[in-house]
Design a protein around this ligand. Structure first.
Ligand code: FMN
Length: 367
């Protein structure tokens, strides 16, 4: 049904306009008590066997919404209503910014992919902090807060920019993500080099500890799939060295290999997400798990389209899995299908719990 709706309505609209329309419906539905209760029951059934403990937090399932969909934290309950086990808001920057000029989001339908060069359009960390502070939670869910660098701030001042956002947002974050991997902010990905990343992560850690004294806010870093393998290893080693809580692998890619869509579309500048990202994201995840094992929580994202993809990420070492692009293509029943399929795979597997399945394939390879 959604496929037909997508073809007849969303596909004919500009991609960003379609996003805003769907977003508005989700937010509206979440505001009407009877409707949201009905939708949550229909779209987000709970499976006891999928309950997940990660980053010291309890979630009803391992599958959550990747950053970029709810940049300004305006639809957390709506996304929880649709069945996401956690919602990562952002990327939020210290200063509000409009992002890149439109048009900046493109559908590559034949590739089940998107290209975006949104450029961190967001209300800024002061406004988002105020919104999170005023939020009255309807559905209990885990809220990750993803922060990035303000575009006009020069690279050498990046640390202070991230620290400002940390000071404003850490208290509202169940976990905090340092995003250094979007291709749409010039120079941002240079911060993935360990010489730049070490002081950045240390400063954010310090700022989080200074501003939130009643608990330890888990800190993660989100990396690009375009890192060379040695650089992936270097981030893994740095995570161990700094006692980082997690790594999110991966963001979008600047690569364009193997696409079938119209070359005029594939030539658009920006980050490519969806199906074409699947194999590299999985590869990066495997590489990380081989290096850090269970010592750092891994979050698998990039080209996850169905329960089988999510299951493969778990077997490869992901405790949590996220998605974005497939949600656009598959619609509101997608999260239910992923959770149902995961429960079925777990039941058919030799593993007693989901936690036992995490990294099982990678462990087999190395043993
Ligand atoms: C339109 C769009 C905007 C995005 N914005 C962000 C962002 O602000 N911060 C971020 O960390 N990732 C962002 N991402 C990347 C996603 O969080 C995710 O890492 C990536 O899309 C791969 O997952 P997918 O293949 O399931 O979409 C964005 C992705 C898309 C498609």
């Amino acid at each position: 049904m959604y496929a037909l709706f997508f073809r007849l309505v969303f596909r004919r609209m500009d991609a960003e306009k379609a996003h805003h329309l769907a977003f508005r419906w989700i937010r509206l539905a979440a505001r009407v008590p009877v409707l949201r209760t009905f939708l949550a029951a229909a779209l987000a059934p709970r499976y006891a066997e999928l309950r997940t403990q990660a980053l010291g937090l309890r979630m009803h399932g391992p599958f959550g919404l990747a950053a970029g969909f709810d940049k300004n934290a305006v639809a957390i309950d709506g996304m929880a209503m649709l069945g996401f086990g956690h919602v990562e808001i952002g990327t939020v920057t210290a200063q509000a910014q409009p992002g890149n000029p439109k048009k900046r989001l493109f559908r590559l339908v034949r590739d089940r992919a998107l290209i975006n060069r949104m450029g961190f359009n967001n209300d800024g960390s002061a406004a988002v902090a105020a919104r999170l502070g005023a939020r009255r939670e309807v559905f209990r869910t885990t809220v990750g807060v993803n922060i990035g660098k303000t575009k006009v701030v020069p690279e050498q001042d990046a640390v202070a920019d991230y620290v400002t956002s940390t000071e404003r947002l850490a208290r509202y974050a169940d976990y905090l993500v340092v995003n250094v991997s979007s291709p749409n902010t010039p120079g941002l990905r240079n911060l993935q080099a360990t010489e730049a990343l070490r002081p950045l992560l240390a400063a954010v850690r310090e700022a989080a500890d200074r501003t939130v004294t009643d608990r330890r806010v888990p800190l993660l870093v989100k990396i690009a799939p375009d890192l060379a393998d040695e650089d992936v290893d270097a981030v893994a080693d740095l995570a161990l060295e700094l006692g980082l809580d997690g790594i999110i692998a991966t963001n979008t890619t600047i690569g364009r290999a193997g696409l079938r869509s119209d070359p005029a579309l594939t030539a658009e500048t920006g980050g490519l997400s969806g199906a074409p990202l699947k194999s590299r994201s999985l590869e990066v995840l495997r590489r990380l798990y081989a290096r850090v094992g269970d010592r750092v929580t891994l979050v698998g994202v990039g080209g996850v389209e169905d329960a089988e993809d999510a299951w493969q990420r778990i077997l490869a070492g992901a405790t949590l899995v996220q998605g974005y692009t497939a949600f656009i293509y598959r619609g509101p029943f997608w999260m239910r299908a992923v959770h149902k399929g995961l429960a079925a795979r777990l039941a058919a597997s030799p593993y007693a719990t989901l936690a036992d399945a995490v990294g099982a394939d990678s462990r087999k390879v190395t043993s």
